[in-house]
Ligand binder design. Structure first.
Ligand SMILES: *Cc1c(COP(=O)(O)O)cnc(C)c1O
Length: 484
């Protein structure tokens, strides 16, 4: 095939895929071993054959998960916004790194513009920001900034012979916090998980007591990570009491808004879920989750700390690559980053922003919340479904009711797996107070009330089918327990 024809062929494939993305099954499921055999990895490589390349593309798509499909409701992201998909295609074809202005002039300015826009929106004065590879990374960088601000010699001397540092998070905080404690040399024992109140938020009196005990024993509470939308229950830690505690202990208050941070676009939802955010020390938000930008798209913002990113993240001889702007203005965004090569994430972000604007994103998030209300009502009205815990925000933790004597966990896991293997719908799972829950997340533009109706009808029909078969598969629950 001539190279000139390649894009024509590709566009045909993309068009077909795009038109079919909401219909049929969301996946043609095969077990890993069967899929591996089907794909023929052992055929020889290096043929420079475009027909072969397109045949791999077709095979990839044949078993790809259609994340735009209304049945895809298990993750915090789903099919991406079209403007950002266009951005991704341009990013791929121009293949450059967003670490210097030289190699990425427009994207550098777009990133700075977007960061400034977000800082203003959040209300961080004299703040600074960066796009990172995701909230996991952003949480780590925030913790690192807190660590180095607590004692600036740590950057050079490490944690040897330092006072013991302690970080505090919600017991249901994202696992990236544990990983950050590991990477940063604190050790996971120095990440204190605070038990929950009835709403799945950090129990503040317990937090206060724990901090006081640690301080009395000579340790330093240096970081509190509040979660705005916990992964399973969707709980929002209250910032006001944490800000009051900060006055006493002087820690860094980070807000992990990877998921629920999307409320900031709606004044109404922001004042309900995230009041006082403008007084936190840092905030992270994933645009690739509720806001629908193509994966990955994350922003991390620092409050009142203009040069801290540079102080915290830079190290080593970078003179071969970076150039300073006039007045020491940051010219190359790589100087603020832990990465050297940086994917251009700002183009897709910028295009989405131009297309939807703040009002469009606010409307989207408000509509999702409305659908969550509808879903909760549906469950409450049904006599075969039940909520595992009341809804806090955007997460719906529910399950199929099991008759006396039936193991609820294994039946619900089997139910979920069966719907998956049939390619009808994929819903999440998690644990609330040690019990298995199905976790429904509505973050897919193709899900509305009729799709929710049919989702619940499928859950009920599949649950009844399992009951009628009179069997559950206990090993399924064991399999989930292992991953906990
Ligand atoms: C998704 C999520 C993360 C991890 O974000 P990535 O961008 O996937 O690394 C962290 N915290 C919370 C609360 C999340 O929901």
């Amino acid at each position: 095939m001539e190279q000139e024809k390649i894009f024509e062929r590709l566009l045909q494939i993309l068009n077909r895929y795009y038109h079919e993305r909401e219909t049929g099954n969301f996946v043609t499921y095969l077990d890993p071993e069967v899929l591996r055999r089907e794909l023929h990895f052992e055929d020889s490589a290096g043929n420079q054959d475009w027909e072969e390349i397109f045949s791999w593309v077709e095979q990839y798509l044949a078993h790809a998960v259609k994340t735009s499909h209304p049945g895809f409701v298990n993750r915090m992201w789903a099919g991406a916004n079209l403007p950002s998909v266009i951005g991704e295609i341009i990013t791929a074809i121009t293949n450059t790194s967003a670490c210097t202005f030289e190699t990425a002039p427009v994207s550098t300015l777009m990133e700075k513009y977007m960061l400034r826009t977000m800082l203003d929106l959040v209300g961080f004065t004299n703040g600074s920001g960066q796009m990172t590879t995701g909230s996991s990374n952003a949480n780590m960088i925030a913790m690192m900034a807190a660590r180095n601000r607590t004692d600036p010699v740590i950057k050079q001397s490490g944690l040897f012979r330092q006072r013991e540092l302690f970080a505090f998070v919600n017991q249901d905080a994202h696992y990236s916090m544990d990983r950050a404690a590991n990477i940063l040399g604190l050790g996971t024992d120095h990440l204190i998980k605070i038990p929950l109140d009835d709403h799945g938020r950090m129990h503040v009196p317990t937090l206060q007591k724990s901090m006081e005990e640690i301080a009395a024993a000579g340790g330093t509470p240096f970081f509190v990570g509040a979660t705005a939308g916990t992964t399973v229950r969707g709980s929002f830690d209250l910032l006001e009491p944490l800000l009051a505690l900060r006055q006493r202990h002087g820690f860094w208050l980070h807000v992990d808004g990877a998921w629920g941070g999307a409320v900031i676009f709606s004044d109404r939802l922001r004042s309900r879920f995230l009041p006082h955010l403008n007084r936190a020390d840092s905030f992270t938000l994933d645009f690739h989750k509720m806001l629908g930008t193509a994966l990955m798209c994350n922003v991390l913002l620092f409050n009142n700390e203009l040069s801290l990113f540079r102080e915290v993240c830079s190290a080593g001889d970078e003179s071969y690559i970076f150039r300073e702007g006039p007045d020491h203005e940051v010219r190359d965004l790589g100087t603020l980053s832990l990465q050297c090569g940086r994917r251009v994430d700002s183009l897709k972000w910028f295009l989405d922003w131009r297309f939807y604007g703040q009002a469009g994103l606010a409307h989207r998030v408000e509509h999702y919340l409305e659908l969550c209300r509808y879903a909760e009502e549906w469950i409450r009205r049904s006599d075969v479904l039940e909520m595992v815990v009341p809804r806090e925000s955007f997460n719906i933790c529910f399950r199929f009711r099991t008759p006396q004597g039936w193991p609820s966990g294994s039946l619900n896991c089997e139910l979920r797996d069966r719907m998956h293997r049939r390619g009808v719908t994929l819903v999440g799972t998690g644990y609330v107070n040690g019990e298995v829950t199905l976790r429904l997340l509505i973050t897919n533009l193709n899900v509305d009330k009729p799709e929710l109706d049919s989702f619940f009808q499928t859950v009920i029909a599949t649950g009844r089918e399992l009951l009628a078969e009179g069997r559950t598969v206990p090993s399924t629950q064991d399999r989930y327990a292992e991953h906990k």
